[in-house]
Design a protein around this ligand. Structure first.
Ligand SMILES: [Zn+2]
Length: 402
């Protein structure tokens, strides 16, 4: 049987005892200090010599620290090295953003409680039994596995790294990055265009819209209320601490609800379609526009797009991103005519007779664009489904013929 590898994350709640919690907190604090120190050295070195310290140079510094300080032996050596990795990655990501022409902040020093996770790469952890995760330098921590992660099933799962995370609400999680062997699924031969809705969450080329989940607005109002309360509390008072905790809990709850909504929706699309057409939204550019900013931020559209890409890859489905300058809202999806579409125009009306919701019209244009650009390409052959290819070609010729 043919298997293919894919990356997958598994996140399980940890229930450390009081002593283990203390230990994790100490490790986080040590890592935070190393992080700041190494970041400082990297910046200083660059300022004085123009030399940019790489991952290995930073690890050398770390080895030097270790000979000088005892407390560094408390943490697992890989956990320490991962701190250097994070600094390296922070700079790498910054330069990548600059290259893409996006705004990029300089890697920052981390204030108290701003270092929230430690990573074990490769080793230093193993399942003690079904209910306990054995972690080097911390102990056997109670873990709740809500899905099958047993030895038998793990034959198909290779664990790459394990990260212990502490949330602002004081919960602990273990996140396993794994490589999973999966049987490739036969991709569907249906295709669909999806556009960010202005009022709704999204609109599709099939003429449907999906509304924002209602709980979100409600939760947002509640959050605003608690944030106002928090701002009225005295600094460093007990009541302030309580109010802060309440806000953190609400944030966590909304984030979970939103993620749940996005997971289900992206799963549905990836499962049911072989080709999904979306717009390459430069969200950062759009947020500048006040009219759009609220809906874009609220909708978690970029979260959705990321999940869609990730799930599509696993489901053998193709996601086509139209160029961000492709005028999806301005074109008529029936005849190709182009007109200005200011934000207040909710309906697209064309001289050819087309009358359609602006977002649905845009999603049809995105689909047309995707069909034009993907028909007959190697990427589609790679799906191993001739049905997809031929039906796409057919649709594409229909489009060109119009
Ligand atoms: Zn038209």
């Amino acid at each position: 049987m043919m298997y293919m590898e894919r990356k997958q994350m598994f996140k399980f709640r940890l229930y450390p005892n009081a002593e283990q919690k203390r230990t994790i907190d100490i490790h986080l604090e040590i890592c935070r200090r190393i992080y700041n120190e190494l970041l400082g050295i990297k910046i200083e070195t660059y300022n004085h010599t123009g030399k940019s310290l790489g991952k290995y140079d930073l690890n050398d510094c770390l080895t030097q620290f270790k000979t000088e300080r005892k407390n560094l032996k408390i943490i697992h050596s890989q956990v320490g090295q991962n701190v250097s990795d994070r600094i390296y990655k922070a700079f790498y990501n910054m330069f990548a953003r600059i290259k893409r022409g996006e705004k990029a902040g300089f890697p920052r020093f981390k204030g108290k409680n701003r270092y929230k996770s430690i990573t074990y790469t490769q080793s230093g952890f193993k399942f003690f039994n079904d209910k306990k995760l054995s972690v080097s330098k911390i102990g056997d921590i109670n873990i709740k596995k809500h899905r099958d992660f047993s030895e038998k099933n793990r034959k198909l799962i290779k664990i790459k790294t394990m990260l212990i995370q502490k949330t602002p609400t004081g919960k602990y999680y273990a996140v396993f990055s794994c490589v999973v062997d999966v049987k490739p699924r036969k991709a569907s031969n249906k295709s669909i265009g999806i556009d960010v809705g202005l009022k709704s969450f999204l609109a599709t080329s099939e003429g449907t819209t999906i509304e924002h989940p209602k709980y979100y607005r409600k939760a947002e109002d509640k959050l605003a209320m608690h944030q106002r309360r928090l701002s009225r509390k005295k600094k460093r008072s007990n009541n302030r601490l309580k109010a802060k905790q309440k806000v953190a809990l609400l944030h966590e709850k909304t984030a979970n609800q939103r993620m749940d909504f996005i997971h289900k929706l992206s799963c549905d699309f990836a499962k049911n379609y072989g080709l999904i057409a979306i717009e390459d939204l430069a969200v950062k550019n759009m947020v500048k526009n006040h009219n759009l900013s609220k809906s874009i931020n609220d909708s978690g559209w970029s979260l959705f797009a990321n999940q869609l890409l990730y799930k599509a890859e696993n489901a053998g489905c193709v996601v086509h991103k139209s160029d961000r300058f492709f005028p999806s809202t301005q074109l008529c999806s029936a005849c190709g005519n182009r007109q200005d579409m200011p934000l207040e125009k909710r309906t697209y009306k064309c001289s050819c007779g087309l009358v359609m919701d602006r977002d649905i019209n845009a999603s049809k244009n995105l689909l047309n664009d995707a069909l034009k650009n993907t028909a007959g390409t190697a990427g589609f052959n790679a799906c191993g489904d001739d049905g997809v290819l031929s039906s796409l070609k057919q649709e594409a010729t229909q489009l060109v013929g119009r």
